[in-house]
Design a binder for this molecule. Structure first.
Ligand SMILES: NC(=O)c1ccc[n+]([C@@H]2O[C@H](COP(=O)([O-])OP(=O)(O)OC[C@H]3O[C@@H](n4cnc5c(N)ncnc54)[C@H](OP(=O)(O)O)[C@@H]3O)[C@@H](O)[C@H]2O)c1
Length: 301
């Protein structure tokens, strides 16, 4: 999702875009990764590869979430340094901050407390990658740095029925409920937790901005700084999709952290602010969902 958004964002820029899908380059393979850099010699790298997934996927496959993400990060960062990459932007995530950190989340909260147990493996790998970039910058003076995006949504998202994030999961559920003429849709938990969402095209724009800064922070939050309850989000998705039935909450299911929102002061002060509001972004995302479904290329794996 992020890689495609970067290509859309950079399409009109004066740069040659090199992309590497998993089919052409498995980044868990150190030799293949090294050979790719030796051959292609990129001068800037945006590291948007990762094994990602929701709570269930993270809880079921912690071994793969730690090893794949760790190997991908270490292989790519090392190869980038070895082959003279001038600028490297690593994608972290706000879900790697400690579980109980102060809200809104500031960059300084990283490593200040225990991680959320459901995505600990993923977080450990991401923290290692982000720190490796910081260490390269400190030890070798290269401009390797990171961005910490909040929950993303947009075209190209993964709509797997069990393994997707909350936004695509809701879009799919309400769309299918509308099609099936269902009278109600059930929402896990109380609907009261507050979450923040950023359109992936905004992230791509923020990344271009961060790459243009002479001395960016080692890592910087990328979000909107505003949150919404899961119930409000479900209502907005239902409205966007055109679902008119009832939304029922299920308090017997776990809620997760009550509030998760980023402090975007550092990013705003560096000269960037998000442009796509949630209503507009959701409309755009649902249109993309319909297009992807129609074309038979909706991601659901
Ligand atoms: N989505 C979010 O809400 C969110 C929020 C914060 C941060 N991020 C971060 O943003 C980055 C991109 O996420 P995304 O949402 O764009 O995920 P995505 O759509 O799943 O993209 C990840 C890409 O990495 C590729 N990949 C996985 N394993 C690989 C391997 N061994 N070698 C080479 N490529 C491999 C995947 O290929 P396959 O499709 O073949 O598996 C996929 O194309 C990640 O670092 C993620 O942690 C995402």
């Amino acid at each position: 999702m992020v890689g495609s958004a970067m290509c859309r964002r950079l399409a009109a820029s004066r740069c040659e875009i090199l992309t590497a899908s998993r089919q052409t380059l498995d980044l868990t393979q150190a030799n293949a990764t090294n050979d790719y850099f030796a051959d292609q010699r990129p001068d800037t790298v945006i590291f948007a590869s990762a094994k990602v997934g929701g709570i269930l996927a993270n809880a079921t496959f912690p071994v793969e979430f730690l090893t794949d993400n760790l190997m991908m990060a270490v292989n790519t960062i090392n190869a980038a340094y070895r082959h003279g990459v001038e600028r490297f932007l690593f994608l972290g995530s706000t879900c790697i901050y400690p579980r109980d950190c102060e809200q809104p989340i500031k960059e300084g909260s990283l490593l200040s407390g225990p991680l959320e147990s459901t995505n600990e493996a993923y977080a450990l790998a991401k923290i290692a990658g982000l720190k490796l970039c910081q260490y390269y910058r400190r030890q070798h003076g290269v401009m390797f740095h990171s961005a910490m995006p909040t929950n993303l949504y947009g075209p190209g998202d993964n709509y797997h029925p069990d393994h997707s994030h909350v936004m695509p999961a809701l879009i799919r559920r309400f769309h299918e409920a509308k099609q099936a003429g269902k009278s109600s849709v059930q929402l896990w938990g109380t609907g009261t937790p507050r979450r923040e969402f950023l359109h992936v095209d905004d992230l791509a724009d923020a990344i271009v901005h961060l790459l243009s800064l002479e001395s960016p922070p080692d890592w910087v939050n990328v979000g909107t700084g505003t949150d919404i309850t899961i119930l409000e989000l479900a209502q907005l998705v239902a409205k966007t999709v055109g679902y008119e039935g009832e939304i029922q909450t299920d308090p017997s299911r776990p809620d997760g952290t009550p509030v998760k929102c980023t402090d975007v002061t550092l990013l705003n002060e560096s000269g960037w602010k998000h442009k796509i509001d949630l209503t507009k972004g959701l409309k755009h995302t649902y249109e993309a969902f319909l297009e992807e479904t129609l074309a038979g290329r909706l991601r659901s794996a």
